[in-house]
Design a protein around this ligand. Structure first.
Ligand code: SF4
Length: 270
C-alpha cells in the first residue's frame, strides 16, 4: 500500500510511468494513475484529510544525497581568535553574522510559516525558539487574509489578531538586538495592505516580498472545510475552487459530495 493508499496490480512497475507493464482493462486495484484519472487535479494534494496535522517528506530517491558524504573534520590552529589554547575554547566560538544589517547569533533564517494550520498550531515553538536563538523567523503569506476575525476597512487590513499574536510571541522573548521577526507578503497580502499594517501598527522591521511560489507544486495550498469561510476568502480576493458562491456547489458541499475547498493565492511577479 502506498502513502496515498494506492497500489499496483503487479510489483515490477515501469519506473518512468508507474504503470504496470501490462495495464489491464478490468483492473481490480486503484493505482496512482487510475486515482488521477478519477479525481484529476485533486490527486495532486496527497492526503487532504491530514491537512493541518501533517508535514511533507518525500519519496524521491535522487541517487545521491547527504548521507553519501562524510565530513572528516580536522581541528588545527585557530581562525578569528588568537591561537591560544586557553582562548580558542568551545564557549568562545563565534558564528555571528548579519543579513541586511540585522545581526544574527547563528547564521540561520527560518520560514516562512504562513496561514496553514500546521504553522498556526506550532507558531509559539518556532517564534520563541527563534527569538532565543537570535535568528530571523519569517511569518508567511496570507495570515491576515485567512484570519476570519481580521478587520478589513475599505479593502485594507486595520486589525489582525493572528498576525499580532505571531509578532508578539517572537518579541516577548527577543533581546531586541539579534535576529527579528519578518512578515512575508504575497500578491493578496499586498492588495490587503498587510505590509503597511505590519510596519505601522505592529512595528515590524522586515517585510519580505514573495515572488513566485515555494513549496506549492502540490496545488491546493490550503484546504477550507467551512462554506462560510470559503465564501469570505473569495470575497477577500482569493481564488477558491470550486466556487463557493455557486448554489449548486453549495448544495453538493452540504450533501458531502466533497469536504474541502481549495484556496489558492496568486503568483507574485518580480
Ligand atoms: S490500472 Fe493498470 S497500471 Fe494501474 S494497477 Fe491496474 S493494471 Fe496496473
Amino acid at each position: 500500500m502506498s502513502t496515498t493508499r494506492t497500489r499496483t496490480r503487479v510489483e515490477d512497475v515501469c519506473p518512468t510511468s508507474g504503470l504496470c507493464p501490462i495495464c489491464v482493462k478490468e483492473c481490480p486495484v486503484l493505482c496512482e494513475v487510475s486515482l488521477s484519472a478519477f479525481r484529476g487535479r485533486e490527486a495532486l494534494y496527497p492526503d487532504p484529510n491530514m491537512f493541518g496535522n501533517s508535514t511533507a517528506g518525500a519519496l524521491k530517491d535522487y541517487g545521491l544525497d547527504w548521507s553519501h558524504f562524510n565530513i572528516q573534520a580536522r581541528l588545527l590552529g585557530a581562525f578569528g581568535i588568537k591561537e591560544d589554547s586557553d582562548l580558542a575554547i568551545f564557549p568562545n566560538v563565534d558564528v555571528e553574522t548579519s543579513v541586511g544589517g540585522v545581526p544574527l547569533k547563528i547564521p540561520v533564517m527560518i520560514g516562512a510559516y504562513g496561514s496553514t494550520d500546521v504553522a498556526r498550531q506550532n507558531w509559539d515553538g518556532l517564534a520563541i525558539g527563534g527569538a532565543l536563538s537570535g535568528i530571523i523567523v519569517t511569518i508567511g503569506e496570507n495570515v491576515c487574509g485567512m484570519d476570519v476575525e481580521t478587520r478589513i476597512e475599505k479593502g485594507k487590513v486595520v486589525h489582525s489578531r493572528e498576525l499580532k499574536r505571531r509578532v508578539e510571541a517572537f518579541r516577548k522573548f527577543w533581546d531586541g538586538q539579534y535576529g527579528d521577526v519578518a512578515v512575508q507578503t504575497n500578491v493578496e497580502d499586498q492588495r490587503l495592505g498587510v505590509d503597511i499594517y505590519a510596519i505601522s501598527k505592529l512595528e515590524v522591521n522586515i517585510i519580505e516580498r514573495k515572488w513566485g511560489q515555494g513549496a506549492k507544486a502540490i496545488g491546493g495550498e490550503v484546504r477550507v472545510g467551512d462554506l462560510q469561510k470559503a465564501i469570505l476568502l473569495k470575497k477577500r480576493g482569493y481564488i477558491v475552487i470550486p466556487d463557493p458562491e455557486d448554489t449548486e456547489v453549495q448544495e453538493a458541499f452540504k450533501q458531502g459530495v466533497f469536504k474541502t475547498f481549495e484556496r489558492h493565492s496568486r503568483v507574485g511577479m518580480p
